[in-house]
Design a protein around this ligand. Sequence first.
Ligand code: DX5
Ligand code: ZN
Length: 222
Amino acid sequence: MKFLAPSILSADFWKLGEQIQACIEGGADIIHFDVMDGHFVPNITFGPVLLESIKRHCSLPLDAHLMIENPDRYIPDFIKAGADMVSVHIENTPHIHRTLDLIKSFGAKAGVVINPGTSLRVLEEALHYADFVLLMSVNPGFGGQRFIERSLQRLRKLRAMVDRINPNILIEVDGGIKEENIQEVARAGADILVVGSGVFGAKDIKAQTKRLKDLITFSEVL
Ligand code: DX5
Ligand code: ZN
């Protein structure tokens, strides 16, 4: 089973509710929230208050990707606001075992994120404790960037690592995924595919969501 996770970073915030509703009607499985603090990444987005509003109206799982300094401080707030999945970057979470435990202790699924320039080797230990791993296929901070080609080899290598260490983990891939490459990413081992501008840049968001969902569903059979 493959899951589609639209990233609202690329949405029109004037019409955010209706655009998320269009994703839901188009068959989206998860809503991805890119939380940025202007320190860990050179951009600032939104906090728990946005998840709270969305949670009141959206029954899909909410996936909070924390691109922030000192994530431990904010994990409880995001989960209380409605995050069902919370991921933190291995690059700035020195106590990753404790942080993943913290996420789980508040009842959310715990994810570890890795940037395109970080060796997969640093994940070896964390994969024993995570519920999912988020492989960045762009440098974090912005939507609309190009998919970093080497990410496909990394994804295949990560798939083999996960199958060896902890086959229950889901692999999420994030950044630069579009209609043209989504099937290849799905076939290379992604379970959850994050798409931002590839969804919200479309004229008809519901139809585009359905098209992408069909592509990943059929990637398993064709
Ligand atoms: C980048 C974010 C991604 C991004 C995806 O820092 O983590 O989730 O919003 O957007 P696209 O699909 O446009 O690359
Ligand atoms: Zn993201």
